[in-house]
Design a protein around this ligand. Structure first.
Ligand SMILES: [Ca+2]
Ligand SMILES: [Ca+2]
Length: 242
């Protein structure tokens, strides 16, 4: 609805300009100058937001104020509601090309979160270590949902887990960042043997989020054994979209 309103407003602004020009009988030469100016504005605006990039908040804010009303695509992409202002519907996409980015470790001291060269392609976040039960080891990333429109929220990632027994496991938790209430959890690699290999996982979190305005995405493993089974998990291509 928000996108439609913005688009309609831009169309109205454009029509008003057109009608007032006709109404005041501006001559052909003058119209031609206006048209040239508008084309010039349009061109500048489009190049400023980088075309496919839409990479900066300032770029879209500039587009919001342009009155040419033409279809540069920003009228529909500005209101994507993901709160980061880049108009692409992506909250974040972590490929771990160089480091673990904004993820932080949370869990038992016996485990640690580090950057690793394994991955899909190489470069991932790795959790490994050992602890006495009950213990979890998680990598956590906070997400601001205050601008989210509530329509759709999907988390995807690639994961691999290994151990030296049948204890290989990996889990996802989604937690309200303000109350720490658990909104969703699932053990998606559940006590399998040795090496799960890389696989892709996708979760529609739309219903689970409720009215939370900030959440934590948590990915990790559960250590339920006194024994050190060399539990390790890797995560790559973590993508949250609306
Ligand atoms: Ca990677
Ligand atoms: Ca253990």
């Amino acid at each position: 609805m928000k996108r439609l309103l913005i688009f309609n407003l831009l169309i109205c602004a454009c029509r008003d300009d057109y009608n007032s020009s006709d109404g005041f009988g501006i001559d052909t030469e003058s119209d031609s100058t206006d048209a040239t100016t508008e084309i010039s504005d349009s061109s500048t605006s489009d190049s400023a937001d980088g075309g496919s990039g839409d990479s900066s908040t300032s770029g879209n804010e500039t587009d919001d104020t342009d009155s040419d009303g033409e279809s540069d695509g920003d009228a529909t992409s500005t209101g994507d509601g993901d709160g980061d202002g880049d108009g692409d519907g992506i909250f974040f996409f972590d490929e771990f090309t160089e480091d673990i980015g904004q993820w932080v470790y949370s869990g038992d001291d016996g485990y640690a979160l580090v950057y690793d060269t394994d991955g899909m392609p190489p470069g991932s976040a790795k959790i490994s270590g050992d602890a006495l039960p009950p213990a979890t080891a998680r990598m956590v990333r906070q997400v601001d949902l205050s601008e989210w429109d509530g329509q759709s929220l999907v988390l995807q990632f690639d994961a691999r887990a290994t151990s030296t027994s049948m204890a290989t496991n990996a889990s996802i938790w989604v937690v309200d960042a303000d109350t720490q209430d658990e909104l969703f959890s699932e053990t998606f690699i559940d006590d399998v043997s040795m090496d799960s290999g890389w696989d892709h996982y996708s979760y529609d979190l739309t219903q689970a989020i409720g009215d939370s305005t900030a959440i934590q995405i948590e990915l990790g493993l559960i250590d339920s054994w006194d024994t050190d089974w060399n539990l390790t998990s890797w995560f790559d291509n973590v993508l949250l979209t609306e």
